[in-house]
Design a protein around this ligand. Structure first.
Ligand code: ADP
Ligand code: NG1
Length: 458
């Protein structure tokens, strides 16, 4: 498990995308790339919004990735170009401190998150100058982790360019931490699967300590991703961090209600550990402790015996200072319920019976209902798409990733895959010209792909 990301020798001319990237690099920088790095996006099969609560998740890497061509320059600058003209060129001298502007999450700041993570890990006073051309195929802001793939790709190339070496686990942890510089308090699932993924298998990702276990998906079903074509940029909105904060407050309130010291407890999983309770017992406790109505700041302060100032500085984050109402019952209920579904999903896969596909489908449907109704992280278009997928023959369908837009993942019996794709096309994409134009990159079958790697020209 402590292995490093693979270094693969590759014949560039046999791969169209790499060949084009190499040509663009040469046209832009007047030299050939020294090496390439790539890091995949992911689809989370089950376990949504629970990684930052300390619970295990069950994603797999997808084929779509972020790929970068890199050379080390003697100019002492980091200079970036993107093959997509929507993302502007960027340049910074290595002598300057790396600053990440949370107020304006431009693409190069995600790149710099990866650079900063490696710089801090090794205490590098002066980074090597790097020239990079970045090329991405993951639909952005759609729940398939384009941002983390970019951070992981940049972390890996910075490590390589500065002649350092780290295990995949260490890289995943560094990139998870450093992506938080952009302002979202992510849990680490995306960076973990981007480094730890292996072709042909989904992974159960567990935290503290970080580890990944193979999960063999059932034969006889395929996983299909469909994008509802509503984008949601996590760093430019506060939806995501509001949920993180609600879970943090719920942690403190549950701890307080059961006579534990809430200081030092930040994640819902920690309360469970302290109480030595099962997830089922935690669900009962949530019903006992929380009322279903929203909590005001005043009520929270009173229960926790803290001042409004402490609430703002110790529990709220920079972009959640404006929040007045907190839904604690619903959020905690989702988290403990979803954590239990992940465990069941893995055991159903491991057991492999005639009922496997039906049982997994049922868990996926419950997960979507919980995300929609308790966690309120879906949106009307995504709910409509999930309904269409179920009517089109999926056994299970749910939003994947952060939500509020983006993609659904559906499990479809293999023999129904073609008719499923056609039915979803007809019902969701074809009637709307904007969606129809996006269909090719928005509706596709996906298989578990490999993790991040360094590519060297043969
Ligand atoms: P996701 O759910 O895909 O991680 P986010 O909203 O968190 O979505 O991050 C999307 C951001 O990541 C984009 O706005 C952009 O800044 C960056 N990004 C994604 N893909 C690329 C790419 N191919 N090149 C450059 N930046 C990218
Ligand atoms: P995406 O889908 O990449 O926005 C986000 C978080 C994950 C996880 C999921 C919800 C980041 C980088 N990613 O994923 O850690 O919490 O939402 O399950 O913040």
């Amino acid at each position: 498990m402590a292995s490093n990301p693979p270094k693969l020798k590759i014949e560039i001319t046999s791969n169209e995308r790499l060949k084009t990237l190499k040509e663009k690099f040469e046209a832009r920088f007047g030299e050939s790339p020294l090496f390439y790095t790539c890091a995949p996006g992911r689809v989370n099969l089950i376990g949504e919004h629970i990684d930052y609560c300390g619970y295990s998740v069950l994603p797999m890497a997808i084929e779509q990735n972020i790929l970068a061509a890199v050379s080390v320059n003697s100019l002492g600058t980091i200079q970036l170009t993107n093959t997509n003209p929507q993302y502007q060129d960027f340049k910074v001298p290595c002598s300057e401190e790396i600053v990440i502007d949370r107020e304006d999450p431009k693409w190069h700041y995600y790149f710099l998150c990866g650079v900063k993570g490696i710089q801090e890990k090794f205490g590098i006073a002066r980074l090597a100058g790097m020239s990079c051309v970045v090329d991405g195929t993951i639909p952005p802001s759609s729940g398939l982790s384009s941002s983390s793939a970019l951070v992981c790709c940049s972390g890996l190339l910075t490590m390589e360019a500065n002649h350092k070496s780290l295990s995949k686990v260490a890289l995943a942890e560094i990139c998870a931490k450093s992506e938080r510089y952009i302002g979202t308090e992510g849990g680490g699932m995306d960076q973990s699967i981007s480094f730890l993924a292996e072709k042909g298998t989904a992974k159960l990702i567990e935290f503290q300590p970080l580890r990944a276990t193979d999960v063999k998906l059932p034969e006889g079903a395929v996983f299909v991703i469909s994008n509802c074509c509503v984008e949601m940029n996590k760093a430019a909105s506060s939806h995501y961090n509001i949920r993180v904060v609600e879970c943090r407050i719920a942690t403190k309130m549950l701890a307080q209600a059961r006579g534990l010291d809430p200081r030092g407890l930040l994640k819902l999983s920690q309360v469970q550990t302290e109480l030595k309770a099962s997830l089922e017992e935690m669900l009962v406790l949530v019903d006992e402790v929380f009322h279903p109505e929203s909590y005001s700041r005043e009520e929270i302060c009173k229960v926790l015996d803290i001042t409004l100032e402490q609430l703002c500085t110790e529990l709220l984050s920079a972009n959640t200072q404006h929040v007045m109402q907190f839904k604690l019952h619903q959020r905690a209920k989702h988290v403990y319920g979803e954590a239990a579904r992940v465990i069941r999903f893995k055991s159903v896969c491991d057991a492999g019976s005639a009922e496997t596909i039906t049982m997994l489908g049922e868990l996926m449907n419950q997960s979507h209902a919980s995300c929609r109704d308790l966690y309120e992280c879906s949106c009307p278009e995504l709910d409509q798409l999930v309904d269409i997928c179920l009517k089109a023959g999926a056994v299970g369908s749910r939003l994947t990733g952060a939500g509020w837009g983006g993609c659904a993942v559906s499990m479809v019996p293999s023999e129904k895959a073609e008719s499923f794709l056609q039915a979803v096309r007809d019902a969701y994409y074809s009637p709307d010209p904007r969606r129809a134009a996006m269909e090719k990159q928005s509706l596709f079958v996906t298989k578990p792909g490999s993790g991040a790697s360094v590519l060297l020209e043969e």
